[in-house]
Design a protein around this ligand. Sequence first.
Ligand code: GRF
Length: 202
Amino acid sequence: MLALGILGSGKGSNARSLLEAIRAGRLDARVVCVISDVAGAGILDLARTRNVPAIHVDGSPFRTKLDGAAQDHVIRLLREHGADTVVLAGFMRMIKSGLLRAFPRRILNIHPALLPAFPGLEAWTQALRAGAKVSGCTVHFVDEGMDTGPIIVQRTVPVLDDDTPESLHARIQEQEHLAYPEALALLADGRLRIEGRKVIRT
Ligand code: GRF
């Protein structure tokens, strides 16, 4: 059974989908803690309503990365709560080498585009602006780069002519809520092997 430590900065719909997959018996895991760099984030409220430890960590001194004392604090919390797998679910800071070393090949992220296309912020807006006809979401292992790690699961979404950034993001999120439990279930069942940059399903 996986022991998930979830990191997020936003409303927590992906965290909710994981909790639901666990409850429904589709994912052999438990969520041991939810950590956020945003004190008022919905993901912390969600954790509290599910009796999961919900912890705010001050991300300073940096704005867009998790490093230094803040990173050490997060590593300590994850260990104290017994996490063996770190799930980034809308966490808006770049993870640095300390955390990567503490949980080698055990940190996953979900990105709202079909990587390697459209890494970085507001990927759904990037896809719209580029005139892409198909987009989607990607669950991948995290490495030192920005949205560059080995890809585990992708799900596609058509881009419609009348899509707005909001409508496209909403449709991508529906697929995220299927993709993240699916990827973690593969990990929980020991059915993933990494070969170079590739994830092989066994
Ligand atoms: C998702 O779109 C995810 O792909 C991106 O941030 C968003 C988080 O949404 N990394 P939520 O907080 O899980 O609802």
